[in-house]
Design a binder for this molecule. Structure first.
Ligand SMILES: [Zn+2]
Length: 155
């Protein structure tokens, strides 16, 4: 759990090059207490944002572009491992540098936490271990694929 004191603190979680694209959700009130992570769509569509913090790490934001694809075969979310047909799991892409974007197949609205909670409720077990793995996977994508320093350095 972490707290974002202001809109400025939320924007600071993103890389400078992403900040101009971020549209803070009108539903947020600050200080914003975040359990696990917070995700929200750009009101104009086409983008989805996530802010999370790994253990001991700084709040980290990723600005994704959605690509709107639809699939008739089940696609599995790389982060929460739920699968679905249609548009609910799709390729989200983020900027690595001016020449390259990298993508990840995940729940297109980043509702992974809800899926994990639903599964845990149905199975009668705690969602915590799966939730921690989810945040680890987000962190791995940010650090390995996007070269984001999870400690917050260089942002
Ligand atoms: Zn998911």
């Amino acid at each position: 759990m972490f707290k974002l004191d202001s809109e400025a603190a939320l924007l600071k979680a993103f890389r400078p090059k992403d900040r101009t694209h971020v549209e803070v959700s009108p539903d947020f009130t600050f200080p914003l207490t975040v359990h696990d992570y917070v995700a929200w769509p750009h009101p104009g569509g086409g983008r989805v944002f996530v802010v999370f913090a790994t253990k001991g790490g700084a709040p980290t934001g990723i600005a994704f572009e959605t690509n709107g694809g639809s699939s008739s075969v089940p696609q599995m979310c790389s982060w929460c491992h739920s699968s679905a047909v249609g548009t609910s799991v799709g390729l989200l892409t983020a900027t690595l540098n001016s020449n390259k974007r990298v993508g990840v197949m995940v729940c297109a609205d980043l509702s992974c936490a809800n899926k994990i909670e639903e599964q845990a409720n149905l199975g009668g077990y705690s969602p915590r271990p799966a939730m921690e793995k989810l945040i680890e996977r987000m962190g791995r994508f940010a650090s390995d694929a996007l070269s984001i320093d999870l400690s917050g350095a260089g942002r």
